[in-house]
Structure formats: structure tokens, C-alpha cells
Write a protein that binds this ligand. Structure first.
Ligand SMILES: Cc1cc2nc3c(=O)[nH]c(=O)nc-3n(C[C@H](O)[C@H](O)[C@H](O)COP(=O)(O)OP(=O)(O)OC[C@H]3O[C@@H](n4cnc5c(N)ncnc54)[C@H](O)[C@@H]3O)c2cc1C
Ligand code: SF4
Length: 512
């Protein structure tokens, strides 16, 4: 008879966890689809489907290996829809003497489980998820006593620590730590982009259950052809496909955007990694092994760019999260107060870049990094939107959105709400950057080269208005000196017109 109950959350699907090394008759695993998790924010329907599918597959995998699992579907009659209520009931029903859980990656769940286990009379223990390459506190220790938290230094340390792409103990392979400069090409129809490694899964029964339960979701789904990896085999297959077909152009076109190309050369691995189906080190090692075997075909810059995202940014964001929560959730250094326009939920806007970035997010629960940062994030920041509004949208809409990596990217990197912890200056731009990196502007109703007038690109006036209105916040930021001195040199009449047009856009976003 089971004496220990082990909880597995929906993003703790780590097949390699030492818990599963051997079966034990005294251990019972518990997994549950719950309203607590479907309702804390409005999620994209594909995100809910992806998590529930992946959890069901994982539970099946455990059972096939002889582990005992209680799995509550959302419509299970015993499901209380609340984590701790479910646990209390199971403890009683199964005479449980010990409770174990893996450390959650989200603060709200961490708090909930900590308070719950403190209140218990039975023994409890929280163990590591054995997924990340750093502990919750490693980043804080690394930057102890420093005024700034430069990602690059942390990344170099990680390269050395894990001996990844190193020529020797001190020097990077290829003579440089960072090949970012060569990763800035616009995509002009070539090279051809291979179709993504797709899946054609029928998830209609799952969708029906979610709908019948009355869960509020956003976005759309092709129920007969669900396209995301939801098992370890799927995840490995996406990884192999990326290595063989996409890696050789990954770095070059990492920042490129195109109205008809959703994924370009991006990996689509974030969900598989964030749900822990894939381990970050196995992804990095597989990519490096593939590169070593194909060095004639694949340049080091493509590989380093990819490794930096996972070994550097992904671990860094998690470290910042645990260093700065819970205060981080309330940060709003620029004192932005506006609402997000309705078109973030409909894509009905005349701005071509915004229309496409939002439409593909609603249709596929995906946009790549530069679309998130320099299109939707840029617009939200330039229109001075409250970070709570921005966070709720990003946390809901993307397949990979979990708070530890969403909030640090959104509030930190994209909205500068932390005042410069993650980004040393705000990621804002006028239309010219968007035009430089994308193929959106040529078919837009607005003219990217115009700053004022009815057909002027809205990003142009919004950009100057933002600098003008937020001037005080940037007066001590050296990285903003060039932008601020350009603002100072602006002709006052032109600036007045720019500010007027920007105010119109902010007041009436649906018109644009
Ligand atoms: C405003 C904003 C919000 C974001 N929200 C999320 C989020 O909720 N969840 C999430 O996983 N990523 C988020 N990102 C980071 C990044 O956009 C996604 O990880 C990436 O687009 C996922 O697609 P991909 O797997 O094809 O990535 P690729 O471009 O192929 O990159 C490979 C992997 O690197 C990692 N990575 C890349 N950039 C980052 C980054 N900035 N932070 C952390 N990991 C990174 C991801 O694991 C990704 O799968 C956000 C970025 C911005 C600007
Ligand atoms: S012209 Fe402006 S609004 Fe239109 S696509 Fe280009 S940047 Fe976007």
C-alpha cells in the first residue's frame, strides 16, 4: 500500500528525474488538470491543450513503467479543481504518511505548496526538478556586490562551467564569445525556409472537454491538426529536425520578420523545454554534436547564437525571477498606466506589422522573440501601457508562457518596468528598425518614412513622444544619451506635431 504521495505539476514532465529510476509500491504519483491552473489568467486554447496532452502522455508513460499514478482529468468527478483541496482528500483516502513535491518554477505555486506543507502534520519534502543548469540562487550569488547584472558575463561563466564550446579552460572556441553582430540579416525570400516539423494530432475530444467545462480561452485551434510537440518523442523529433534543417541559418535570420513566415528558422522548442520534456543540456549538446559533424555546412555563429539563448538567457531569466520576486511583479518604473488596445485580441489594426504579429499569435500561440520584443512589446511600451496589462496578455497567449520566463522577458526586457535590471535601455524603436528587419512595411497602409500626416507610420510619432514624455526617467542613463540628444535637436514645431499625433494614437488606438 502507498505511503508516500508525490505531486507532479503540469510543467514537471521530466522523464529523466531520479524519482522515476525505480518503481516503488509505497509511492503514489498524483497529477491533475485543474481550474486553478486554467483560470489564473486567460490562456490561449492551444496552451491549455498542449499542457493537458503532455500531462496525459506523461502519466501514461509513468504507468507503462509500473509506477502508480492517480490522474484527474478536468472533468473527473473527484477533482476539486484546487491543488491543496485535492491533496487533502487524497491523503485521507489513501492513508498517506509522507508528501513530496518538486520545487515549482512559479512563485504563486511555490508559495501555495510551501504554506500547505508547513500546515501539514505529515512529513513533507520539496526536491529539485533536476531540469535547470543553475539553482534558484546561483545567479544572485554570481552577481553579489555588483551594480549591474550583465547577461554576457553570466553566459561566459556558464560556458566555462559546463565546458561548452571552449577552446581551453579560459578561451571560447572560434576566438569570440559572441557572434551577435553576424545575426542581423533581413530575410528576402531566400534561403528557402523548410516547413516546420509539424504534428497532425486530433485533439477534438480534449477541446470539447475544455469547452464544456466553461474554461475561458483566447485564440484559435485546428482541432484535427494540433501542431505542437506534447511527448518526449515529439520533442526529440523537433530537436532533430531543427538540427538537420534549420540550424544552419538560425543565427543569420534570428531577428528577421516576414508576414507569411511564422517560424522562419526558429526551433519551436520552448514548450518542450518549459514543460521539461527536453532537458536544456541535451538540447545544447545535440545541437553542438550536429554542428561538429557538419562543420563545412554550418558556421559557428549559427550555433553560438542558439546556445546563448538557452545556456545564457533562459537560465539568466530564471535567476532574475527568483532574485527579484515577488516585488518584480509590481514593478512599473516608467509609471505607465494605459490599457492594451482591443486589437491585441482580434488583430484588427491597419498597422501591418502589428496585424501579422498578433494574428499569428492568436492562430498559432507563437511569435518569435523579435516579434514579441520589437513589434507587440515595442508598441505596448511606446503607448505607455501598464505592465500588468502587458503581462496578462503575454502570459496567456504564448504556448511557452510560464511566469518565470514570461515576466522577466515582458516586464524586464520588453517593458523596462524593472528600471534596467534585465535591459540597460528600453527596447523601443521607430518604424525604421521594423522596416530594416522585416517585410511588413512594403504592404502597409502607412508609410514608414513619414513621421507626420495621416499616412505616417504610427511607430514614428510614438517613438519621439515616448522619449519626450519619459525624458526624466532617462536623464542618468548613459545608454540613452544619443537618443536624448537627438530629441534635443528636434525642431520644436516638428516635435509638437509628433507629440500631437502620438497622443491621438494613444487616445484612439482602434482607429489606426
Ligand atoms: C515580451 C517577451 C515575452 C516572452 N515570453 C516568453 C515566455 O513566456 N516563455 C518563453 O519560453 N520565452 C519567452 N520569451 C523568449 C522568446 O521569445 C521565446 O523563448 C522564443 O520565441 C520561443 O520560440 P523558439 O522555441 O522557436 O525559440 P528559438 O528562437 O528557437 O530559441 C531557442 C530557445 O532559446 C530560449 N530562449 C530564447 N530567447 C529567450 C529569452 N529571451 N528568454 C528565455 N529563453 C529564451 C527558449 O527556450 C527557446 O526555445 C519572450 C520574449 C519576449 C520579448
Ligand atoms: S509602416 Fe509602420 S505600422 Fe506599417 S508595417 Fe511598417 S512599422 Fe509597422
Amino acid at each position: 500500500m502507498a505511503k508516500t504521495l508525490r505531486l507532479l505539476l503540469g510543467d514537471q514532465l521530466n522523464h529523466k528525474h531520479s524519482w522515476f529510476d525505480k518503481t516503488d509500491d509505497e509511492v503514489l504519483y498524483f497529477m491533475a488538470e485543474m481550474r486553478q491552473e486554467t483560470d489564473y489568467v486567460t490562456h490561449h486554447i492551444q496552451k491549455v491543450v498542449a499542457f493537458f496532452s503532455a500531462m496525459r502522455n506523461f502519466s501514461q508513460w509513468l504507468q507503462e513503467r509500473g509506477h502508480s499514478v492517480i490522474y484527474y482529468q478536468l472533468d473527473h468527478p473527484d477533482n476539486k479543481q484546487d491543488l491543496t483541496q485535492n491533496l487533502v482528500k487524497l491523503f485521507k483516502a489513501h492513508y498517506i504518511e509522507r508528501f513530496e513535491y518538486q520545487l515549482p518554477d512559479e512563485y504563486r505555486l511555490d508559495q501555495q505548496l510551501k504554506e500547505f506543507s508547513d500546515s501539514l502534520e505529515l512529513d513533507s519534502e520539496a526536491v529539485d526538478t533536476e531540469h535547470f543548469l543553475t539553482s534558484r540562487t546561483d545567479l544572485e550569488t554570481f552577481f553579489k556586490g555588483k551594480k549591474t547584472y550583465t547577461m554576457e558575463y553570466f553566459y561566459r561563466d556558464m560556458r566555462k562551467k559546463y565546458d561548452i564550446m571552449m577552446a581551453n579552460a579560459k578561451d571560447p572556441e572560434g576566438g569570440k564569445w559572441n557572434f551577435d553582430q553576424s545575426n542581423r540579416k533581413k530575410w528576402k525570400g531566400e534561403p528557402e525556409i523548410p516547413h516546420e516539423r509539424g504534428f497532425r494530432k486530433d485533439v477534438s475530444a480534449l477541446c470539447k472537454m475544455i469547452e464544456e467545462a466553461g474554461v475561458k480561452t483566447m485564440g484559435s485551434i485546428d482541432e484535427q491538426q494540433f501542431n505542437w510537440p506534447t511527448s518526449r518523442e515529439d520533442g526529440l523529433s523537433v530537436l532533430n529536425y531543427f538540427c538537420s534543417n534549420l540550424l544552419k541559418h538560425f543565427g543569420d535570420y534570428q531577428d528577421a520578420m516576414d508576414p507569411d513566415q511564422i517560424y522562419l528558422f526558429h526551433s519551436r522548442l520552448s514548450f518542450a523545454m518549459n514543460s521539461k520534456l527536453l532537458h536544456p543540456l541535451e538540447v545544447i549538446e545535440k545541437v553542438i554534436d550536429h554542428w561538429r559533424a557538419n562543420k563545412d555546412d554550418i558556421d559557428i555563429s549559427q550555433v553560438e547564437g542558439f546556445v546563448r539563448q538557452i545556456l545564457g538567457w533562459r537560465e539568466y531569466m530564471r535567476g532574475i525571477y527568483w532574485m527579484k520576486m515577488p516585488g518584480y511583479r509590481r514593478s512599473n518604473k516608467l509609471d505607465n498606466q494605459n490599457e492594451l488596445p482591443d486589437f491585441y485580441w482580434t488583430a484588427e489594426t491597419k498597422m501591418n506589422c502589428m496585424h501579422h504579429a498578433i494574428k499569428q499569435s492568436l492562430d498559432h500561440a507563437y511569435a518569435h522573440h523579435i516579434q514579441r520584443l520589437m513589434i507587440t512589446g515595442n508598441y505596448a511600451l511606446l503607448t505607455q501601457t501598464h505592465p500588468d496589462e502587458v503581462d496578462a496578455w503575454y502570459l496567456g497567449i504564448y504556448i511557452d508562457a510560464l511566469e518565470w520566463v514570461e515576466i522577466t522577458n515582458t516586464r524586464g526586457m520588453s517593458q523596462f518596468a524593472d528600471g534596467g535590471i534585465v535591459a540597460t535601455k528600453p527596447y523601443v524603436s521607430s518604424g525604421s528598425y521594423i522596416n530594416k528587419m522585416s517585410n511588413y512595411c512594403s504592404s502597409c497602409k502607412y508609410s514608414v518614412s513619414k513621421k507626420t500626416g495621416d499616412d505616417a507610420c504610427p511607430f514614428n510619432s510614438l517613438y519621439w513622444n515616448f522619449l519626450f514624455e519619459k525624458r526624466e526617467h532617462f536623464k542618468n542613463n548613459q545608454r540613452m544619451n544619443m537618443m536624448m540628444s537627438m530629441l534635443d535637436k528636434k525642431d520644436p514645431d516638428e516635435l509638437e506635431q509628433l507629440v500631437k499625433r502620438a497622443q491621438e494614437i494613444i487616445k484612439n488606438p482602434q482607429k489606426f
